[in-house]
Design a protein around this ligand. Structure first.
Ligand code: FES
Ligand code: FES
Length: 186
């Protein structure tokens, strides 16, 4: 069965293998390796993406369920900030949450960080000034297996502070970007 899905504003018509997950489609068919495959059981949050504006564990969603939907991944975050939009790979074009993760020393490994960042952006879109307790509760579905969570909490609070001081830098809400011209895949 073939499916059509809009990912980060680009429409894709792609092949759909039986039982394949949305995570597989993103990583293996579309080459978007931001969402990580860590547990593949809905336990760790490393594969988090937005599906029609709702945060989901993409390893638990069948790609067929995404047919006709809009998906947004961590790859799209930097581009959402108009005045920081990258000029073809320019450094520093990061979402305030990404920048705060760097500044607070919260970028600990490549496996958990994308899911943590996406969850933090989602939280701040709904609750712009969360408490540390709110952050810990909202990030409970994102597991780090090796270090700790304090710097991650610090980073989310830092991002909240910066985004409150400079709302334009936060860009639009976490809703998926509108559809763009079709890209047919082999
Ligand atoms: S890989 Fe999907 S929740 Fe862990
Ligand atoms: S799993 Fe990423 S720092 Fe522990």
């Amino acid at each position: 069965m073939d499916i059509t899905v809009t990912v980060n504003g680009k429409r894709h018509d792609c092949e759909d293998g039986p039982g394949e997950s949305l995570l597989f489609l993103l990583r293996e068919r579309l080459g978007l390796i931001g969402p990580k495959n860590a547990c593949e059981q809905g336990e760790c949050g490393s594969c988090s993406v937005w599906l029609d504006g709702l945060l989901v564990n993409s390893c638990l969603v069948l790609s067929a369920q995404a047919d006709g939907c809009s998906v947004r991944t961590v790859e799209d975050l930097a581009a959402e900030v108009p005045e920081r939009a990258p000029a073809a790979g320019a450094a520093g074009a990061l979402h305030p949450v990404q920048q705060a993760f760097i500044d607070a020393g919260a970028v600990q490994c490549g496996f958990c960080t994308p899911g943590m960042v996406v969850t933090a952006v989602d939280l701040l879109a709904r609750s712009p000034r969360p408490s540390a307790e709110d952050v810990r509760r909202e990030m409970a579905g994102n597991i780090c297996r090796c270090t700790g969570y304090q710097k991650i909490v610090d980073a989310v609070l830092l991002a909240a502070e910066r985004m409150a001081a400079e709302p334009a830098a936060a860009g639009p809400s976490a809703a998926p970007a509108p559809a763009a011209p079709e890209v047919a895949l082999p």
